[in-house]
Each structure stands twice: as C-alpha cells, then as structure tokens.
Write a protein that binds this ligand. Structure first.
Ligand SMILES: Cc1cc2nc3c(=O)[nH]c(=O)nc-3n(C[C@H](O)[C@H](O)[C@H](O)COP(=O)(O)OP(=O)(O)OC[C@H]3O[C@@H](n4cnc5c(N)ncnc54)[C@H](O)[C@@H]3O)c2cc1C
Length: 287
C-alpha cells in the first residue's frame, strides 16, 4: 500500500492542498481509509491528513442556545468522555461507546464516520436520529449547511463536492419544554464491539413534564442503502404519552419503522433476519 501524504497544519493549508491536488482522499483517524486502501490500492493517491490541522472549530466542541456543535475531527473517545453530550443526547454517547474498541475510538472521528457513509455507521445513525446539520467548507472558504437527512446520497456516497471538506456537525438543542429524554442506541451484531452492526436503531424521544412526546427522532442502520430517519414513525409518536403506549401502538410504530428498511442478505445476516430484529427492537424501546 503506497501513497503520498500531505500534512496541512491550518485550514488555509488544508484548503490550499484541496485546490492543488488532483487525486486525493482525506484521512482523519484513517480507521476506514487504511482498510479500504489495503483491500483496493489506489495508485498515485495523495492522502490529505486532517489530523495535524490546528483549528478549534474543526477539532473542538461548543455549546450554545441553539445546541451543540462538534468539529468534524472530534473523536468517538471525546464523545464518550463528554458529560454534556452524555446528559443531553444519550443516543450519541451510546453509539460512540459501542464503536469498535478503545484504541480505535481514540482516533476514529465523527467526520470520518459520516463521510465513509456506511449504512451501518453507528455515530451516523445517532446523528440522523438527532436531526443534525452538516457544515461543509469549500476551497473559497465558504460554508454551506446540509441537513444530515440529505447528506447521505447512497451506499458510501455523500453530498460532499470534490472541493469540500466536512467541517462541523451541529445538533439542535432539545425542545424548550423537554423534561426528560428516552434516548438510546440499540446495536445488534454478532459481537458487541469490533463488529459492524447487523441492525441498529437510534432513538431520541423528548417528553414534557406530563410525559407527552414533544419531539421524536428514530433512525435505522444497516437496514437500507443509507442510514435513514423513520419520519412517519417519529410523527406517529407526537402527542402520545410515552409510558402509556399500547401494545397495538407499539406494533403500529414498529411497522412504520420497518417501512423504511430494505435490507440485503449478506455474510452477516439475511434480509429476513434483519427485518425481524428491527421490528422487535423498535417495539422494545417502550419497555
Ligand atoms: C476493527 C474496526 C471496527 C470498527 N467498528 C465500527 C463500529 O462498531 N461502528 C462503526 O460505526 N464503525 C466502525 N468502524 C469503522 C470506523 O472506525 C468508523 O467509521 C470511524 O468513525 C471512521 O473515522 P476515521 O476518522 O477513522 O475516518 P477515516 O478512515 O479517516 O475516513 C473515512 C472516510 O471519510 C473521509 N473523511 C474523513 N474525514 C473527512 C472530512 N472531515 N471531510 C470529508 N471527508 C472525510 C475519508 O476520506 C474516508 O473516505 C470500525 C473499523 C475498524 C477498522
């Protein structure tokens, strides 16, 4: 496996490299990239290493009245260790906590998890449930914001243009009347860690002081060409009391979640198995 490496240390240098290079890939934590290049070497490739770029907006985290913004280089480990994220968006904490191993989480970035655009991306699934926005920076230093629901355009494909880098991810604040969250990440795999999900479900359901559902985000992973928001299942929950959801309503909710799934049969599971699991874990979030 041979390639050239460029190590920009500022955003200016990074964008300069993007402008100059003809045949390049970004490398963040490189946990996906190196596996891919090992399987499929790419002659003449230049890797633009993002890990040396010194820029707080690219590497750090910031809270505001609007929500929380993470730089694309924020790592899975930093997500796990962040108390604010754990308290406010447990689904994101859980997704990062279950990703790979301690060593991989140290370097694997949120930007890499999104840009690799795997249908089984765990952090990606949580961020879809949280209805995050992706901030894309281009070589003229202009940014555009794309909602995560339109960021994934196909298997391992994103809305990023060749002259753009994913710069940051913003998660909107919880509803102002939120008293409590039912928020978590269910990952079904042959093993808990070091394994891509066979099926996953991310949910973030916000309730008011009476337990009525104000806002809901439910996303499915490893069940369709991209991670998907189960929009009609989310809408179905609004106004219902979380603790009083009936068996019939749980089944109707699970049916709606399932309508977004079009799984494949592969080495890890059959399409039938994935659907069965998805239906059952969808119901289980109320139990
Ligand atoms: C053993 C093993 C176990 C794993 N287990 C899991 C798991 O349980 N769950 C899971 O979701 N994933 C898992 N993964 C996959 C991987 O670790 C994650 O997807 C990780 O978040 C990728 O981040 P990275 O920084 O290493 O990305 P990289 O490998 O650096 O990049 C991935 C892709 O994104 C592009 N890219 C990276 N950053 C940017 C950016 N800012 N702008 C534009 N493009 C960018 C790169 O060019 C590349 O195409 C596993 C990988 C391994 C090797």
């Amino acid at each position: 496996m041979e390639f050239n490496i460029i190590n920009p240390v500022s955003v200016k240098e990074l964008l300069g490299a993007v402008k100059k290079e003809k045949h390049f890939r970004f490398g963040a934590g490189c946990t996906d990239l190196l596996m891919e290049l090992r399987k499929k070497p790419d002659e003449g490739l230049t890797v633009i290493n993002l890990a040396q770029v010194k820029d707080n907006s690219f590497t750090g985290i910031k809270k505001s009245a609007k929500g929380i913004r993470m730089g694309a280089m924020f790592t899975a480990h930093q997500i796990v260790m962040n108390e604010e994220l754990k308290k406010t968006f447990p689904v994101l904490h859980d997704s990062a906590h279950n990703l790979a191993s301690t060593q991989i989480r140290q370097v694997a970035t949120v930007g890499g998890n999104l840009c690799t655009a795997s249908p089984s991306g765990d952090i990606a699934c949580a961020l879809v449930a949280l209805r995050a926005d992706c901030e894309l920076l281009n070589t003229t230093q202009k940014t555009r914001t794309v909602n995560i629901s339109t960021f994934f355009t196909g298997v391992r494909q994103t809305a990023l243009k060749p002259n753009e880098v994913l710069y940051g991810i913003s998660i909107p604040a919880n509803h102002k009347n939120t008293k409590n969250n039912y928020s978590g990440f269910i990952k079904v795999g042959t093993r808990r860690s070091m394994e891509c999900s066979v099926v996953s479900l991310a949910y973030h359901i916000q309730v008011n002081v009476e337990g009525k559902i104000l806002k809901a985000g439910v996303a499915i992973g490893a069940s369709a060409p991209t991670v998907r928001l189960a929009e009609s299942a989310c809408d179905f929950l609004i106004g219902k009391t979380f603790k009083n959801i009936t068996q019939k309503e749980k089944e109707e909710f699970a049916d709606k979640v399932l309508s977004y799934a079009s799984p494949i049969t592969d080495i890890r599971a059959t399409a039938w198995y994935r659907k069965e699991v998805l239906y059952n874990i969808s119901k289980s979030i109320f139990e």
